[in-house]
Design a protein around this ligand. Structure first.
Ligand code: 16G
Length: 242
């Protein structure tokens, strides 16, 4: 099977048509995750376009987060992230180990008295102060997840202590969770979530609820995460007895 052909609508510039053909090849897994793309000069010859056109199409897909360039090795299809389901890691750490750059789009940050449902899950008494963070998490330029976190007030030095990593800020006050309970469920993204994550409305997502605890058993974190279903594989090692 071959990549292509280019669509023939006259109005779209050539590089955009090539970009679309390559995107389809990635989405249909004709080009597999981690597979190298043919060299630019071969693509140019195959599609009968200039190398500048190829370069522009590839640039666009790199920017979209579908492809990645590796120094001296060429352009590759970006693989899905395999996330250990049994390790207590942070998003920032998960991305750092894969050589991907973390970026945050803040939707809101606030501080206030705990709400009744938060008080119940975090086991806090009414009136206790908590911090709330809502953000879109990016790897390179690709939106990966939406996260809403509620943190017990004692865990952070202040609302601005969190830059990209919540766990790094918690670590600084000795309040990083050491244990967590997690629940996962499949959900279709609603219109707003789909817009934020740059997927189609109704696309499959993984909703994960995490409650994190300190060594002494006090709850410190409650996070609701919506991970893009097309960007993650959750993996775990299972033993017959544990
Ligand atoms: C992960 C956690 C989330 C935690 C965040 C901290 C899952 C499903 N969720 O996304 O509960 O708040 O990492 O990441 O793993 P950060 O330190 O980069 O802010």
């Amino acid at each position: 099977e071959q990549i292509g052909p280019l669509e023939t609508e006259i109005r779209a510039p050539l590089y955009l048509r090539l970009q679309r053909a390559l995107r389809r090849a990635v989405e249909s897994q004709l080009l597999k995750p981690d597979e190298a793309l043919p060299p630019e000069r071969d693509l140019a010859a195959d599609f009968d376009v200039s190398r500048i056109t190829v370069r522009k199409a590839l640039d666009g897909l790199v920017e979209e987060g579908l492809l990645t360039r590796r120094q001296g090795a060429g352009t590759f299809v970006k693989g899905v992230v395999e996330k250990q389901f049994s390790k207590l890691t942070s998003f920032s750490e998960d991305m750092a180990t894969r050589g991907r750059k973390v970026r945050t789009k803040w939707l809101s940050k606030s501080e206030g008295a705990v709400r009744p449902e938060e008080a119940l899950t975090l086991g806090l008494s009414p009136g206790t102060r908590v911090f709330r963070f809502q953000r879109v998490r990016y790897a390179d330029d690709m939106p990966m997840a939406l996260e809403h976190s509620v943190i017990s007030g004692f865990g952070l030095a202040g609302i601005d202590a969190v830059h990209d990593s919540l766990y790094e800020a918690l670590q600084a006050t000795g309040s990083r969770p050491v244990r967590a309970l997690q629940r996962l469920r499949a959900v279709p993204f609603d219109a707003e979530q789909a817009m934020l994550l740059d997927v189609e409305q109704g696309a499959p997502g993984l909703f994960i609820e995490r409650r994190g605890y300190l060594e002494d058993g006090r709850p410190i974190e409650m996070t609701h995460s919506w991970y893009r279903g097309d960007a993650y594989d959750f993996v775990a090692e299972l033993n017959e007895r544990s």
